[in-house]
Ligand binder design. Structure first.
Ligand SMILES: Cc1ncc(COP(=O)(O)O)c(C=O)c1O
Length: 489
């Protein structure tokens, strides 16, 4: 008799079938529930405490048990990032095929370190990188790697820039340098630039935050002055990090003028396009990013405007050799020679073992096609303009900054900074929308960032109407208080 023994950590055929059924039901219920799901859940303290403190079961709770835990404790206590009125930070909902691609990536579990452990995975990652490179105007054989996000991509970019700048960097680090290396970015740059400088030992004292113009773009005259001043002081400028799509207002630094300056000064130009680079897809924004193709390296985030599920960031480097020079190491136990078709991605970034992130990006691009992504990006742009226009027209509200992409910063007239914080919390509590805070020129406001392909005009209108109501109630509360004060004096 042939007895089939299921290995201890595998599922029996019956369990596989049941897990599949439970998964499909769960995904379907989740999708159907999204329009009405609470944006930020009212936490079930008991369930969370239980999750935190429950001991690991010795015998296991099985497929049914685990799905019950997910359904009862995890999903109800999860933030609905895919809700149409999730407009906070820069975070898009995952595209529809993402969960299936993630499941397949987990099943085949390719290790995207060297090609032998994932030949097709290596080629798929290359294909995704080639497509992204073409999109930004890089040559198709540019270097690159998918990362955990934009912050890591920028960190890797600065490693690459330091290696290109100082041939002794790998051997000596920054320890033996007599002239400290200096990096330049704007006051509006994302904090991942500071973080990378701190992690790499460049030091925050050697990050220059260049002032911006009235449209929140890096001032090239001030940049040139700062570089010249540092050279006179005996320091060593090595890199400029420009931003295409700043996190607060979506401003795009003057990329061509900065590229000209970097060429003259022989500085590495990195563009942080975590939020903005993929607006190359947008019909009205394509040209706004002109000059991005002149950068030595670019950060962009498929988990933002390509609506990949978290995590999917990307670093592109125009000269692939530069990236390899920064990260390739020999080791006696990894001796497979690089194949002309398949890249060993362990030589293009700090990780050895790496998951198959490229599959979810590739699957989505294949399934929907680029026209669908362009339409989604165009829709976010159109909605952001609609929001901006409604704010301009509402006398209770003030548009705090121009809206070149999809971030819209709004101040309620008459409201204090504390009022703004309270209104943000109230909007989330009552389920109207999750918005984020904005600090524009030192003034506090509310920021809606349309990076959501599920958002519709009705959602935007609801948010604006509610903000106007808040502004009116703040105003009437203030008038009431001043009347009381007058009566009391
Ligand atoms: C301009 C910019 N740079 C970098 C980042 C960081 O990206 P990630 O969250 O993928 O690390 C963000 C995130 O919003 C961003 O907007």
């Amino acid at each position: 008799m042939n007895i089939v023994v299921t290995p201890v950590l595998a599922l029996t055929p019956e369990d596989r079938a049941r897990a599949g059924e439970l998964l499909l039901t769960l995904l379907d219920d989740y999708e159907r529930g999204l329009p009405t799901a609470p944006l930020v859940p009212e936490f079930d303290e008991e369930a969370l405490t239980d999750l935190l403190s429950a001991p690991i079961s010795r015998e296991g709770i099985g497929v049914e048990g685990v799905f019950a835990e997910i359904k009862n404790k995890i999903i109800p206590n999860s933030t609905a990032l895919a809700s149409p009125r999730f407009l906070a930070y820069v975070s898009g909902p995952p595209n529809g095929i993402a969960p299936y691609a993630e499941a397949i990536a987990a099943a085949i579990n390719q290790n995207c370190n060297f090609w032998q452990l994932g030949p097709a995975a290596s080629v798929v990652e290359r294909a995704v990188l080639r497509w992204l490179a073409e999109l930004v105007g890089y040559p198709p054989d540019a270097g690159g790697i998918l990362t955990g996000g934009g912050s890591i991509a920028t960190l890797n970019a600065l490693v690459t820039a330091l290696n290109a700048f100082d041939p002794d960097f790998r051997a000596n680090g920054l320890q033996a340098r007599s002239a400290p290396a200096v990096v330049y970015t704007s006051t509006e740059a994302h904090r991942s630039v500071d973080k990378a400088a701190a992690i790499l030992g460049i030091g925050l004292d050697h990050v220059r935050h260049i002032p911006v113009d009235e449209q929140h773009r890096m001032r090239v005259d001030a940049l040139a002055e700062a570089i010249a001043a540092d050279r006179r002081a005996g320091l060593a400028p090595f890199c400029v990090v420009a931003t295409s799509g700043t996190v607060t207002t979506g401003s795009v630094d003057p990329l061509n003028a900065i590229a000209d300056l970097c060429e003259r000064e022989e500085l590495w130009l990195h563009v942080d396009g975590a939020y903005g680079a993929l607006f190359r897809l947008g019909t009205t924004t394509r040209d706004r990013l002109d000059g991005i193709e002149r950068a030595d390296s670019i950060t962009l985030d498929p988990h933002k405007m390509l609506f990949a599920s978290l995590e999917a960031g990307c670093l592109l480097v125009r000269d692939r050799k530069r990236l390899r020079d920064a990260f390739a190491f020999n080791s006696s136990y990894l001796t497979i020679a690089e194949h002309p078709v398949m890249v060993d991605f362990m030589d293009y970034g700090p990780q050895l073992s790496r998951g198959f992130k490229a599959l979810k990006v590739w699957t989505a691009l294949q399934a929907f096609g680029t026209d669908a992504f362009r339409a989604a990006v165009d829709q976010t742009l159109e909605l952001a303009q609609h929001l901006a226009e409604r704010v301009r027209r509402a006398e209770e509200l003030e548009l705090m900054a121009p809206v070149p992409l999809t971030a819209v910063c709004i101040r309620l007239r008459g409201a204090t900074d504390t009022d703004h914080t309270e209104i943000l919390a109230q909007l989330a509590r009552e389920g109207t929308a999750l918005l984020g805070p904005a600090n524009v020129n030192g003034r506090m406001g509310i920021r809606a960032c349309v990076t959501n392909y599920r958002t519709r005009r009705e959602d935007i209108d609801l948010v604006v109407d509610r903000l106007c109501e808040f502004a009116r109630s703040v105003e009437s509360g203030r008038q009431g208080r001043s009347r009381q004060q007058l009566a009391g004096s």
